[in-house]
Every structure is written in structure tokens, then in C-alpha cells.
Design a protein around this ligand. Structure first.
Ligand code: OSB
Ligand code: MG
Length: 368
């Protein structure tokens, strides 16, 4: 395949409600889309970096800079481009997994559209639909939290994830558990807001039969997670810490992770995500697809990934309307708690021209 042009599109979508995590509060999603243009097809990818480097070191404009200066030139130097060769071409550049992932999936989308094959089929999907889960932000009061959770349960979400941080943990989790009973499984995500000295406090969460606690400690603290795991009955799931297949094995073998959250952006792409899925399956460790408040572009691709066999836990795979009144693609929809795996070529969706224009901040094109 020959790439003729790559475009970067910065977009900004207002959120239906502010999304608060232990990092801060987001009111809108500023996202970066990558468009790969070939003589025969066009492909799209979403870079999931946030505007600020708080979830990880990457941020939107830094990712765009890495793409323009290093990643796009590395790919354009290849005599012929295919998704299978992109990873090798980009390996010489250290870091920037979210930027790499966006470029790789844009190229893979173009390649699959040309071949009339869906991403789900290419990755090895085994399901026609995946269960929808929702990530619930930190609220200012418990009644507000209970109202919000009620709305998601009524909408059909099959699993609730509550964001926690010191000062917003045991009381809200207890309140949600008492309020919804056993109707819907519950888990929590701390985004690294605790230290291992909080072990006794976090052990209080064991009373609420949570599916898991996600990333309680800092990204680089595998030893701490392993020590914490010995103090908790609630299984530990790692998100930020798992950046590669090697790191996944380390996390599993050291006892730091019993479950792994897989985000293609965090690990450098959908192919690397599948390798982590495979290595976790080989260790008997279940995985689920995480979310980064994606537009329909990244969301559709995540649904395809979630259809692989070892994605046995409900992911942060929600409908577009969980975050956006108007997505830039036809919306990803949930029916009776399920989201259909796209069957069209590539990721199965494209930006709607008018919606893209309306949310556009700026664009840049590089002719190759
Ligand atoms: O840690 O899982 C996380 C959103 C932004 C950054 C980090 C995380 C999240 C979520 C998922 O909780 C939200 C979603 O896209 O559904
Ligand atoms: Mg997380």
C-alpha cells in the first residue's frame, strides 16, 4: 500500500456532564484524529492522549508533534506500508504509544477498507456484540452519585465503575452498594491516587464485593501493588502500569495484577493490545477494554477489540451518548446493555462531514 497524505484533525466535543477523576475535571474532549490517505482508500484513527499529561506523559499537542516530526516520516520512509510493518518502523522512536497507536490504526483502517474486511474479523473477533459498562466520575455529593448511577442502571449498563480518590472511596461505594444491591456488578478505579500505606483503608472496600480495584497505586509501583494484593480480598486490576506485553507478564508473575485493563492507546496500538490479550490468556488472567473518552472513531475500534475471546470482563465500552450529545460519527449505540460489533470494512465508521466541521479546532496535512 502507498500512503499519499496524512492529515491531523484536532476536534473539541462538549461532554454531556463534567467527568471528574483523581486528576481533575474535564468539561470537553479535545481529541486528535489521524486520517491516512492512499490512492484506493482512506483510514481513520484516534489519538487518545488527553490535553494535559496527567493520565500518562502524553498530551494532545505533544502527540501531534511526535507524529509530525518523527512518526509520519518513519512510516513514509518505508518502501511499502502495511499495518504489520508500521510497528517495526515506529519502534526506533521511544515512547509516544498513543501517537503510534493512532497512526497504526489509521493505516490499518485504510488497508482493511481496501480489502473489504472488518477490524473485528482481522483481530479475531468471536462475538457479534459486547456488553456495555460505564465509568462514573467523582461527584460532589452522594445523592448526586446515586442519581447518576440510577440513570446508567436504568439505561441498561451491565457494570458500573466508580472513580475513587482519598476522601471519596468507602462512603460512596457503600452508598452505591446499598442503593443498587446486587443488581449490577461494581468496581472502582483510583488512577494511582493511593500509596501502599493506605492498605488498611483500602481493605475496607473488601466489604462491598467489588469485581476489582483498578490502579490503586502509582504506575511504576508493581512491588507496591503486589504487597497491597496480599492485604486485600478485592482483586487488583492494572491500567496505567501495563504498557507492554513484557510489563503484563511482570505484573502477573509478581502478583501485582489479577486482571488487566487493555487500552490500545496506552500500549501502542491494536496489534500490541492483541498481544497483551494473548499473553494474559496464556496466564489465565482475564482482561477488559478500557476507555479514554473516545469519539466514535476510537470507540468503534474498541468495540471490535472487545470481541476477542479473553475479553471476558465488561469493559469501559459505553454508548456515544454517555459522553457526547453529538458524536463526530454516527453514534455507537447500546441496546439492552449490548453494543454491536461493527461489521463494515475497517473500523466500520467514518466521521460525519458536518459533525467533523462543527467540532473542528484545526487541521494539518502532510503530503508524502
Ligand atoms: O483510568 O480508565 C481510566 C478516562 C480517561 C482517562 C482514564 C480513564 C478513563 C476512564 C474511562 O475511566 C472512561 C471511558 O472512556 O469510558
Ligand atoms: Mg483506569
Amino acid at each position: 500500500m502507498k500512503l499519499t497524505r496524512i492529515e491531523l484533525h484536532w476536534v473539541r466535543l462538549p461532554l454531556v456532564t463534567p467527568f471528574r477523576t483523581s486528576f481533575g475535571t474535564e468539561y470537553e474532549r479535545e481529541a486528535l484524529l489521524v486520517k491516512a490517505i492512499t490512492p484506493d482508500a482512506v483510514g481513520w484513527g484516534e489519538c487518545v492522549a488527553m490535553p494535559q499529561p496527567d493520565y500518562s506523559a502524553e498530551y494532545v499537542d505533544g502527540a501531534a508533534d511526535a507524529l509530525v516530526r518523527f512518526l509520519i516520516p518513519a512510516v513514509s520512509a518505508l518502501p511499502t506500508v502495511s499495518a504489520a510493518t508500521v510497528g517495526h518502523a515506529l519502534a526506533a522512536v521511544k515512547g509516544h504509544p498513543m501517537a503510534k497507536a493512532a497512526l497504526e490504526i489509521a493505516i490499518l483502517d485504510a488497508q482493511l477498507r481496501q480489502a473489504h474486511m472488518s477490524l473485528a474479523e482481522y483481530l479475531g473477533s468471536v462475538k457479534p456484540a459486547v456488553p456495555a459498562g460505564v465509568s462514573v466520575g467523582i461527584m460532589t455529593s452522594i445523592p448526586e452519585l446515586l442519581d447518576t448511577v440510577d440513570g446508567y442502571v436504568a439505561a441498561g449498563y451491565q457494570r458500573i465503575k466508580l472513580k475513587i480518590q482519598p476522601g471519596w472511596d468507602v462512603a460512596p461505594v457503600r452508598a452505591v452498594r446499598e442503593h443498587i444491591g446486587d443488581a449490577v456488578p461494581v468496581q472502582v478505579d483510583a488512577n494511582g491516587a493511593y500509596t501502599v500505606t493506605d492498605a488498611a483503608h483500602l481493605a475496607k472496600l473488601d466489604a462491598f464485593d467489588l469485581l476489582m480495584i483498578e490502579q490503586p497505586l502509582a504506575e511504576d509501583d508493581l512491588r507496591g501493588h503486589a504487597a497491597l494484593a496480599r492485604r486485600l480480598r478485592t482483586p487488583i486490576c492494572l491500567d496505567e502500569s501495563v504498557t507492554s506485553p513484557v510489563r503484563a507478564v511482570e505484573a502477573i508473575e509478581s502478583g501485582a495484577a489479577a486482571i488487566v485493563n487493555i487500552k490500545p492507546g496506552r500500549v501502542g496500538g491494536y496489534l500490541q493490545a492483541r498481544r497483551i490479550h494473548d499473553v494474559c490468556a496464556a496466564h489465565g488472567v482475564p482482561v477488559w477494554v478500557g476507555g479514554m473518552v473516545e469519539t466514535g472513531i476510537g470507540r468503534a475500534a474498541n468495540v471490535a477489540l472487545a470481541a476477542l475471546p479473553n475479553f471476558t470482563l465488561v469493559g469501559d465500552v459505553s454508548a456515544s451518548d454517555r459522553f457526547f450529545a453529538r458524536d463526530i460519527t454516527p453514534p455507537v449505540v447500546m441496546r439492552d446493555g449490548w453494543i454491536e460489533v461493527p461489521t463494515g470494512p475497517g473500523i466500520g465508521v467514518e466521521p460525519d462531514e458536518a459533525a467533523l466541521k462543527e467540532s473542528s479546532v484545526r487541521s494539518e496535512g502532510i503530503d508524502l
